[in-house]
Design a protein. Sequence first.
Length: 217
Amino acid sequence: MSVPITYRHFTDNDVSSAQALTARHKWPLRAEDWRFMARAGTGFVALDGSAVIGAALCWTHGATFASLGMVTVSPAYRRRGLGRKLTKLALEALGSRVTFVHATDTGRSLHEKLGFRVAGKIDQHQGAAFQPPLIALPSGERLRPLCASDMTRLVELARRASGLDRSKILPDLVRNADGIALDRGGELIGFSLFRRFGSGRTIGPVIAPHIVNEALC
């Protein structure tokens, strides 16, 4: 008799299994990346007996918005509804929040069947290490390292830029990244983060005043 597929909450003990699943799809994620993202939110796993054969994570951004991702299923168990079930469990955990997902073309059909609609497109750019040209800053502006006392302002800038409450994830993100602040007359007006992720490093978020009307972009 075959063992039925079961589901439960993601735990820290599932990190290595989840990382192995994404490695099969050639996603260049480290165990440390999975651990960071799971710590920032919550998630679920699918089990065949005691073996983790699928996983999904989700994150809340205040009481109104949320996001989900890292939906992955072992190739041997595809087309059996595991991805759909994991996604539905995440959506149930998120409640009535407006939820965003960054889906690949492969996952788009699944998410559209669950009620998601295309809101835009994200382009990913990759490259080798390079030396960008120096850019002269306007008078009164300077770049400096981020410090612990900047956190309240970072959360405010992130909220104004995206409309999302990042107060839950930003502190942990800043602790695991190098950060640069854009300062104008003693006021923090922008910032960027640079951290290890996957097989290289990632830049983001990057938040700065709009050149024309000073609205954050």
